[in-house]
Design a protein around this ligand. Structure first.
Ligand SMILES: [Zn+2]
Length: 113
């Protein structure tokens, strides 16, 4: 399950960042998770519960912010919503769409104590 290693990295980065700022704990971790990324938010939550114990993030809430998929259609020359990774443009029906959003997994911000 790759969510486990993803969450390990997230918690590690969050704890390092909090420690650098002299925090004694983390209150909230906010994550951006794209809808087109192959990551299951429920699995992230489950893994997070296992990983945070004993760390600065032990009592931190995890908030997952889903980012909608978007792409740049080369034919329409504009940004269009994308339902799937290599989906067709909803306006012209062609598949020359470059994904510009929806694939992210990153820490948006932290609230520390
Ligand atoms: Zn198009």
């Amino acid at each position: 399950m790759h969510e486990m290693s993803l969450m390990e990295s997230v918690v590690e980065i969050a704890c390092e960042t909090a420690a650098q700022h002299g925090a004694t704990g983390i209150r909230v971790i906010r994550l951006d998770v794209g809808r087109l990324s192959h990551v299951d938010p429920d699995a992230l939550m489950f893994c997070y519960d296992a990983i945070r114990r004993g760390s600065l993030a032990e009592d931190a809430a995890l908030e997952i912010n889903r980012i909608a998929g978007e792409g740049w259609c080369l034919d329409c020359e504009k940004t269009v919503p994308l339902e799937e990774r290599f989906g067709a443009c909803p306006e012209c029906g062609r598949s020359r769409v470059q994904m510009t959003a929806g694939d992210e997994l990153k820490i948006r911000d932290l609230e520390v104590i």
